[in-house]
Design a protein around this ligand. Structure first.
Ligand code: SF4
Length: 238
């Protein structure tokens, strides 16, 4: 069985997908977002456990999940970037689905999910971060390219496994309306069936370039929500 570096397991989470879920946070990320509030999960580590990180098989993680089964609807794999460990995810989701749990990934979308059909077979859906639409803006924010994010957006919508679109809103940095237009142009009417979560930026825990940037106002967030609703998005409360 493949092992993955587990940063932490939250046994009962109400913010990582629908219902009460066990959330598993894997260590390591391929982006360096200027607003990352989990910078300690970014470093990709070698196959060595430490007090903070434990390399675990899917069976070992599922042993922890099983304790929660009477109380949870499913599991969510987050990070860092969980899709850096596709074989581990697949093995864990097979166990989760056998136990009747819904199995979701929370992803930055930079790993091409169409290359992992066996994983997508057992994955019930993805919560996809769309951090910027414009290539240069994405690069400035994360250090990388967003072509694969756009490809994953379309792929997930086509196979009906786009559970949620997430946008972190920072007026100085992120053109949220541009993202909404790009998403709509890419997946069309499917925007009506996919949850859209507009996340208000908070600088708590941020050590990157935006550490001193303030949160947007409630008025700004309401106006974005209004625009998204007008465009036909199904906006859910953060
Ligand atoms: S994708 Fe998420 S974990 Fe990775 S750097 Fe960006 S905010 Fe942090």
């Amino acid at each position: 069985m493949k092992k993955a570096p587990v940063h932490k397991i939250i046994h009962h989470s109400l913010v990582d997908g629908p219902g009460n879920r066990t959330s598993i946070f894997l260590q390591g990320c391929n982006l360096r977002c200027a607003y990352c509030h989990n910078p300690e999960t970014q470093k990709i580590c070698k196959d060595i456990s430490s007090p903070e990180i434990k390399w675990m098989t899917a069976n070992e993680v599922f042993y922890e999940v099983e304790k929660d089964i009477p109380f949870i609807r499913g599991i969510t794999l987050s990070g860092g970037e969980s899709t850096l460990y596709p074989e581990f995810l697949q093995e864990l989701f097979v166990l989760g689905q056998k136990a009747g749990l819904s199995c979701l990934i929370d992803t930055n979308g930079t790993i091409d999910l169409s290359l992992y059909p066996e994983l997508m077979e057992v994955c019930d859906g993805a919560m996809l971060d769309v951090k910027a639409w414009d290539k240069e803006k994405f690069q400035r924010l994360t250090g990388e390219d967003n072509e694969t994010v756009k490809k994953n957006l379309k792929f997930l919508a086509d196979i009906n496994k786009l559970e949620e679109i997430r946008i972190v809103c920072i007026p100085e940095e992120v053109d949220t309306e541009d993202i909404l237009k790009g998403v709509k142009a890419t997946i069309g009417d499917k925007i009506r069936n996919v949850n859209l979560r507009l996340i208000k930026f908070r600088n708590h825990g941020v050590i990157g370039r935006l550490k001193n940037t303030s949160s947007p106002s409630e008025e700004y967030m309401s106006s974005l929500k209004g625009k998204a609703l007008e465009m036909g998005f199904r906006v859910i409360k953060n």
